[in-house]
Design a protein around this ligand. Structure first.
Ligand code: ZN
Ligand code: ZN
Length: 177
């Protein structure tokens, strides 16, 4: 299986450890691509957010690498449907992860930048694995430690583990043949 991680716009902390983790958890070859922030119809100026579904549809054809699944990573704040915000969204062979609300600095000044970065990196890893899990066909998992458990808040993101449980791992293997 080949997974593409497409980073939109600026850099992010912990990019290379993220690629290693994805490779390990999915048993996949991971490639990367860097995209400039495109001109998009998905921005909603009244709310200052991007419509995740529209944005993901626009992004999908913009990559030049072929892959079985693609994860787009953006700094922009996303919403979807009736939800005020989403950490990410999966659709078809693609998913998108928003870094905006995973960054502790989104909510105000932090006392320790190093600690904030460590938390930020861990959240990025969990949410990217989670969305790629959906992309590979997994639903939400009842195991609270599993990265596929549903998280509606950062507390729940922080509480769960950074890996798939054995059951989810098996399902990924079955699906990727
Ligand atoms: Zn989910
Ligand atoms: Zn699981």
């Amino acid at each position: 299986m080949r997974i593409l991680v497409a980073l939109i716009g600026r850099t992010m902390p912990g990019f290379h450890p993220l690629l290693d983790l994805i490779g390990k958890e999915f048993g996949a070859t991971v490639t990367t691509e860097f995209l400039d922030m495109p001109i998009t119809r998905s921005f909603r100026s009244q709310r200052g957010q991007y419509d995740a579904e529209v944005f993901l549809k626009e992004l999908a054809p913009m990559v030049s690498h072929h892959a079985d699944m693609t994860a787009f990573i953006t700094r922009e704040d996303l919403f979807a449907g009736g939800l005020n915000f989403v950490f990410g969204l999966a659709s078809g062979r693609n998913c998108i992860v928003s870094l905006a609300r995973l960054d502790p600095r989104f909510y105000g000044p932090v006392s320790s930048p190093a600690k904030a970065n460590a938390i930020f990196k861990e959240r990025i890893q969990k949410e990217t694995l989670h969305e790629l899990g959906h992309t590979s066909g997994l639903g939400h998992c009842d195991d609270k430690n599993c990265v596929m458990s549903f998280s509606n808040s950062l507390e729940e993101v922080d509480a769960k583990g950074r890996a798939f449980c054995e059951r989810c791992k098996k399902e990924i293997k079955t699906k990727s043949g």
